[in-house]
Write a protein that binds this ligand. Structure first.
Ligand code: ADP
Length: 238
């Protein structure tokens, strides 16, 4: 059963076709990576799911509901970007509670939910700090907590680890995946790093010039690449 469905998605900017007949069925709770080199259209697919870009054609549905033309705030989606996306003038706790406040949640619901999220990311003691007082890894954990606090139905992660140093990147990979599993939240993760995609995902979509070249488990992508591009990109032709 598909929970998030992308059907024949196309996106052009002027005469440039950046996403071409993109199809994907994501099961509920699945962790999917979009993997490919810079410029292949990964972020554009993610932005269409989020509602920041409208497809030129094709459709998107979540839990059986057509969301193709809904505004971002009508889609119940959480998103984490590369880095530096926290509100600098708000504390950690205020950042995490921001989405709930915007939704009009009552104060006595926001505080316990913020605490629950800070516990989940292991930063229970840092609620009163400001983003500039945190490490890069801690900031990305706060960004994750902020995205998850309003209980989104889908989580979108756009290169959330790429600005971090190697050691933090690896530990945060495991942490993100553990939290994702615990919550059972359907997730799309964009990365150009094949090791990241292969180590974290239930399935990987390898993209090349706007096309999904192959969709498969990490094992299949690595051992049975469907195209020369996939074989080269995941390193087996090197
Ligand atoms: P990736 O995430 O794989 O690096 P993107 O989806 O960001 O790729 O970009 C795919 C292509 O679309 C690139 O050639 C990029 O320059 C182009 N592109 C993305 N957004 C826009 C835009 N708003 N206007 C024009 N071109 C764009």
């Amino acid at each position: 059963m598909s929970y998030l469905t992308l059907s024949h998605l196309e996106k052009s900017f002027g005469t440039l076709r950046v996403v071409k007949d993109f199809n994907l069925d994501v099961a509920q709770g699945e962790f999917i990576s979009l993997l490919g080199p810079s410029g292949c259209g990964k972020t554009t697919v993610l932005r269409m799911v989020a509602g920041f870009e409208l497809p030129s054609s094709g459709g998107i549905s979540i839990d059986g509901k057509d969301v193709t033309h809904l505004r971002p705030n009508q889609r119940n989606i959480g998103m984490v970007f590369q880095a530096y996306a926290l509100f600098p003038n708000l504390t950690v706790a205020q950042n995490v509670g921001f989405g709930l406040k915007v939704k009009g949640a009552p104060k006595d619901e926001i505080a316990p939910r913020v605490k629950e999220m800070l516990d989940l990311i292991g930063l229970a003691d840092l609620g009163n700090r400001y983003p500039f007082q945190l490490s890069g890894g801690q900031q990305q954990r706060v960004a994750l907590a902020r995205a998850l606090a309003p209980k989104p139905s889908v989580l979108l992660l756009d290169e959330p680890l790429s600005a971090l140093d190697a050691k933090v990147r690896v530990s945060l990979r495991n942490e993100i995946r553990a939290i994702q599993r615990e919550l059972g939240i359907t997730t799309i993760f964009v990365t150009h790093d094949q090791e990241e995609a292969l180590s974290m995902s239930d399935r990987v979509v390898v993209m090349h010039e706007g096309i999904a070249d192959q969709v498969g488990t990490p094992f299949d992508i690595y051992n049975r690449p469907a195209t020369r591009f996939v074989a080269g990109f995941v390193g087996t032709l090197n």
